[in-house]
Ligand binder design. Sequence first.
Ligand SMILES: [Zn+2]
Length: 323
Amino acid sequence: MSETRSGFTRFDTISEFESYIKNLKITRKVNGLQVHHMALPNYDCFYKSNGNTEDELTRTINLNSYGKSMGWACIAQHFNIFPNGKITTGRDINKTPVGITGWNTNKICIEIYGDFDKNKDTMKVSQKEAIIAVYGILCEKLNLTPSTSTIRPHAWFTSGGTYLGDYSTSKSRKTCPGTNFMGFGNSKNAFVNNFYPLIKNYMSNRNTPKEEPEQTEQPKEGKYIVRYLQTTLNNVYKCKLVVDGLYGPATKSAVKKHYLKIGNKGDHVVWLQKALINRGHGIEADGSFGSKTKAAVIAYQKSRGLSADGYAGYDTHSAIIND
Ligand SMILES: [Zn+2]
């Protein structure tokens, strides 16, 4: 259970953090999230030799004292993510942080506990999962798409606050959040190829409707996915189908009329993308049928022995529904 002490709150689970963020009133404009590691304290400070772990709120309160000793109003950062995946609050969310010179206004500062330079701490899975969730939940709250303009590590800036757009051993102020951050590091390529996709994937999986509890006499996902399709066809094409979750003649004939192909956009595409995501295809449910969606359709068609043409027509819809 979460706990509040001296004005700081510790969240023991992602869902506790999530409900806190849901109710949080953010009154200033926020258009970016910073990424930091603490370097010191590192894992040796957290995992004590007697087998205990450091108290997260005590550390947070000490970081607040440290901030004051530096002449700041309080702790520099808004959130702290601990090795065990627990999260604490820091600075008032509506106050500008002291995180990255040149990139503090309109930003949220997140400090990750540990030292993630090469050959230093190896990040625990619990912490990795919390990091991805924290950035995903904040992006969703703030309506940000993970990218080099919305999520930036400290290492992409000089001491003077000039944005380099990548980590440079000679020009960057620091390695923060570490040259081996999350196992992929602090470079632009590492973020573009690993960090942003992990966050995006987290966000789109959260938005995928949960399957309804299994019902007898219905295929596992059948009823819900058909009802969702019927609602979508009604909304998008004004099909006037009865939303009964049964894949009958009227629904089949509507599907035959409205197949999907590259270039299509909208809620019908979202239906298809979510179905493919649920079947393990790593795409986004962004409602835009682009080359990645086409590739996923082809892969899905191959997996079901259909002709792999990349058009999501009647056969593909039927296969998804009958899965
Ligand atoms: Zn930093």
